[in-house]
Design a binder for this molecule. Structure first.
Ligand code: GUN
Ligand code: ZN
Length: 437
């Protein structure tokens, strides 16, 4: 029997299923609860009254009275080399890429620059309670090494990949189908499945990838079926028109990726705003995942993600929630859910708080096929946790005075008014890595 190394006390909240399908039965809420951790894993979850009594007096208890203890938050689409692109003024997608993004990303050829920014990026995720993310690096393999080395030293569960891009970008940011394939393969061998790291084959998007490069991406996926795939799809109208000009044989944008075998249950497509019925049907059929990136879609002026249409029960598309920093304007998954709520409100839809919190915990874990490891509070799962304070700011505390304990309302205040200030603590494998007084 393993002895308990740490006990974390607070209001425990998590999801066992999707509240959109099973309603309130999906939610677990233990008002005064305890999570016990040994060797990085959760060993027990229950009420303080039950578990606290039998606790070895030598076990340290982290008290988070008044706070919610939840599974760590998960971000399904983010770019670590864009930490100095975030908040770049006045451009839509293609112009934004050329004016800002492709300029900054060139700096990641330098391994020490990459290491410095990987450290900053992961600090920022920890401050925001994001314990797992699906991350774009740059075209440079050294940017991937820097990221994974830093994530490994922090014992994080992170997914990432080298961007493949062989055209329509500055020469300093392009590879070739051959070097892209070779470098990705070497990175997969070096990092995929090592500790808690996973590799994501990452063709940037169709505009910057030749047919031969997309073919190579498909080959990598076939050769390494446990890797993930990520790219961008149907974000902006000029992007779509340019793509269809570059691939005149394609029926639509989704068909470009489909022809090269890039759709599937481990494939993540950022944005998915302007899709046709046929494209949604193909995404649904293939089990692909659409990443909803609301702060980015608003900031770059790309459009409104139509969640109800994507979720049409006749051909439901799996959906993840994501920040897309640096097109996105916040690292916080709380703020991201708040912006998703507003994007949906503009379309006569909404996002109940239970749904918002499900999406950034178990929902995103399921989207990544990682729900056996993360996303819930249950014995055996990895002890990546976030502690959220619903009274973190004067405005939140003042609003909370009207809410006597109701979970959905508390979560809605957290999601609407919360940001990194609401993150009281972040735990990685049961160890606190971030704590706010
Ligand atoms: N499409 C291709 N690259 C990018 C990127 O870096 N950010 C966003 N938002 N869209 C893209
Ligand atoms: Zn992106």
């Amino acid at each position: 029997m393993t002895s308990t190394h740490r006990a974390i006390r607070g209001r425990l909240v998590w999801f066992e299923d999707d509240p959109a399908s099973v309603g309130d039965a999906a939610v677990r809420d233990i008002p005064d609860g305890l999570v016990l951790v040994a060797d990085g894993r959760i060993t027990a979850v229950g009420a303080w009254d039950e578990l606290g009594r039998s606790l070895d007096p030598a076990t340290p208890v982290d008290e988070h009275s008044g706070c919610l203890v939840m599974p760590g938050l998960i971000d399904t689409h983010i770019h670590y080399p864009q930490v100095q692109v975030i908040a770049s003024y006045g451009a839509q997608l293609l112009d934004w890429l050329n004016r800002y993004t492709f300029v900054e990303e060139q700096k990641f050829a330098d391994p020490s620059h990459a290491a410095t920014h990987a450290r900053f990026f992961l600090d920022e995720l920890m401050r925001n309670g994001t314990t797992t993310a699906v991350v774009y690096c740059t075209v440079h393999p050294q940017s991937v090494d820097a990221f994974f080395a830093e994530a490994q030293s922090r014992r994080l569960r992170m997914l990432a990949g080298k961007v493949l891009m062989d055209r329509n970008a500055p020469a300093a940011l392009t590879d070739t189908p051959e070097t892209g394939y070779r470098d990705s393969k070497a990175l997969i061998e070096r990092w995929h499945g090592r500790d808690r790291l996973g590799y994501v084959v990452t063709p940037r998007f169709a505009i910057t990838c030749s047919d031969a490069q997309l073919e190579a991406a498909g080959t990598l996926l076939r050769e390494h079926p446990t890797c993930w795939m990520q790219t961008h799809l149907s974000e902006n109208r000029d992007e779509i028109a340019t793509t269809l000009g570059l691939f005149p044989w394609a029926r639509d944008y989704t068909d470009v990726y489909d022809r090269f075998g890039l759709l599937g249950p481990r494939s993540l497509f950022g944005h998915c705003i302007h899709l046709s019925e046929r494209e949604m049907a193909r995404l649904s059929e293939s089990g692909s995942i659409a990443a909803l990136c609301p702060t980015s879609n608003l900031f770059i002026g790309s459009g409104l993600f139509d969640l109800a249409r994507l979720r049409d029960p006749r051909r439901p598309v799996r959906v993840g929630l994501a920040t897309d920093v640096g097109g996105g304007t916040s690292y916080s998954m709380l703020e991201t859910a708040a912006e998703a709520y507003k994007v949906l409100q503009l379309q006569g839809q909404n996002l109940p708080a239970l749904q918002g919190f499900y999406m950034k915990t178990l929902g995103n874990a399921r989207a990544l096929g990682l729900d056996h490891s993360i996303g819930r509070l249950a014995p055996g799962l990895e002890a990546d946790l976030v502690v959220l304070d619903p009274e973190a700011t004067p405005a939140m505390a003042h609003r909370m005075a009207t809410i006597p304990g109701d979970l959905a309302e508390t979560l809605f205040v957290l999601m609407t008014l919360g940001d990194d200030r609401a993150v009281r603590a972040t735990y990685i494998l049961g160890e606190p890595v971030q704590a706010r007084d």
